[in-house]
Design a protein around this ligand. Structure first.
Ligand code: KG4
Ligand code: ZN
Length: 359
């Protein structure tokens, strides 16, 4: 069964075809980065306009690359939440029109649940980096521009939030630090690259300590770190030439990853789960991957493994949408054509301590 997946929640106009929830037949991602770069952030009005201009050719290319025609597609899926409303509506409306005109099922999918699913896809003829398939239950590490979620997955749609950010998302902190220092856009990729030539011990940035409080063992906070790094900016300007920007990038990145891993390993320790599935743009970060690999190689964590999507599927893509949608489809679920877009994450269960929905 071949599903066309469409993703337009933010600044990537993406479409893909996936067979049987597993094999990626094509994956087209048209990035809008050059259009948002002059503003050092995503401009919602530009994003939705570009999606409107590009969606037809992106879908056409996804079909062509898979060697398929519209009548070969069995169902259409699209991201309906969370994201920028104007952008979401473009992909969602296109998917509904495609499904209606061909009289095939339409399935609306949550973007963050799809990020969690990405590591189960088979891409470019390769399984993701594991010898054995991922089996439920497992821990999820979801880190994107707008969300940071540590969760427990018991089935593709039975996901409980264990921890989340109490303020900013991790990706947002990368992007804001890069913006204030004029490092460039998008911040995460640039900081990752700069940090490779920097000293991560050059600056000591604060790690929040609230996690010791009851109910916060798996939560993270990035607002304090973000502000502490930005507050170095004046020193950075005055001592122009003395402070290496690469050192700022490396020290920030190290602290950001330390915060994340502390919460993740608390959850691993308490849950006793033996697999972690990672997903979201920030999980492409090379330092995060190296730290995790190093930790998992230690005696203490030898029984635990982490599965990452290939870098092409860490960020936003249509393949994760089509892959996840297959599971809803075979269970008999369909979304109505009245389905609307929403800015918020839905579909995750709340954690046992009754914390809010993930931010
Ligand atoms: O999942 P994603 O592509 O879009 C959202 O759902 O938000 O994630 C985008 C985020 C941005 O904040 C971007 O700076 C960050 O992922 N990102 C990275 C890296 N690549 C992308 N952050 C750190 N290191 C990277 N290599
Ligand atoms: Zn995303």
């Amino acid at each position: 069964m071949k599903i066309l997946g469409i993703e337009t929640s933010c600044d990537e106009c993406a479409a893909a075809v996936v067979a049987n929830g597993k094999t990626v037949l094509s994956n087209v991602v048209a990035t809008q980065i050059p259009f948002h770069a002059p503003y050092s952030g995503v401009v919602p009005e530009i994003a939705s306009r570009k999606h409107t201009e590009w969606i037809y050719s992106v879908v056409k290319e996804a079909l062509n690359n898979a060697g398929l025609k519209p009548h070969d597609i069995d169902a259409v899926a699209a991201t309906s939440r969370p994201g920028l409303l104007g952008s979401l509506l473009v992909g969602l409306s296109f998917a509904k029109a495609f499904a209606w005109s061909r009289n095939i099922p339409f399935i609306a999918v949550d973007h963050m649940i799809a990020h969690l699913y990405a590591s189960q896809l088979s891409f470019a003829g390769k399984e993701t980096h594991v010898s054995e398939p991922l089996t439920y239950p497992f821990l999820g590490l979801l880190v994107s521009g707008g969300h940071t979620i540590i969760c427990r997955a018991d089935a593709f749609d039975d996901i409980t939030v264990l921890g989340t950010t109490i303020d900013d998302a991790a990706g947002e902190a990368f992007d804001k630090v890069a913006k204030h220092y004029n490092f460039g856009y998008p911040g995460g990729v640039i900081i990752d690259r700069m940090a490779q030539n920097g000293d991560s011990m050059a600056f000591r940035f604060p790690i929040p300590s609230f996690h010791k409080k009851k109910g916060h063992r798996y939560d993270v906070s990035y607002s304090g770190l973000k502000n502490a790094v930005i507050n170095q900016l004046d020193r950075f300007r005055v001592k122009d030439g003395e402070i290496k920007p690469e050192d700022i990038a490396a020290s920030f990145q190290k602290t950001a990853v330390d915060i994340l891993l502390r919460a993740l390993f608390n959850a691993a320790e308490d849950s006793g789960l033996t697999s972690i599935a990672a997903g979201g743009g920030v999980t492409a970060n090379s330092y995060l991957r190296a730290c995790l690999a190093q930790k998992l190689a230690t005696q203490r964590w030898r029984g635990l493994r982490c599965v990452f999507p290939p870098p092409e599927l860490c960020g936003d893509n249509g393949a994760m949408i089509a892959g996840l949608a297959w599971h809803y489809l075979v269970r008999g679920n369909r979304s109505p054509l009245s389905e609307s877009a929403s800015a918020r994450v839905e579909g995750f269960k709340k954690n046992p301590w009754g914390n809010k929905q993930p931010a």
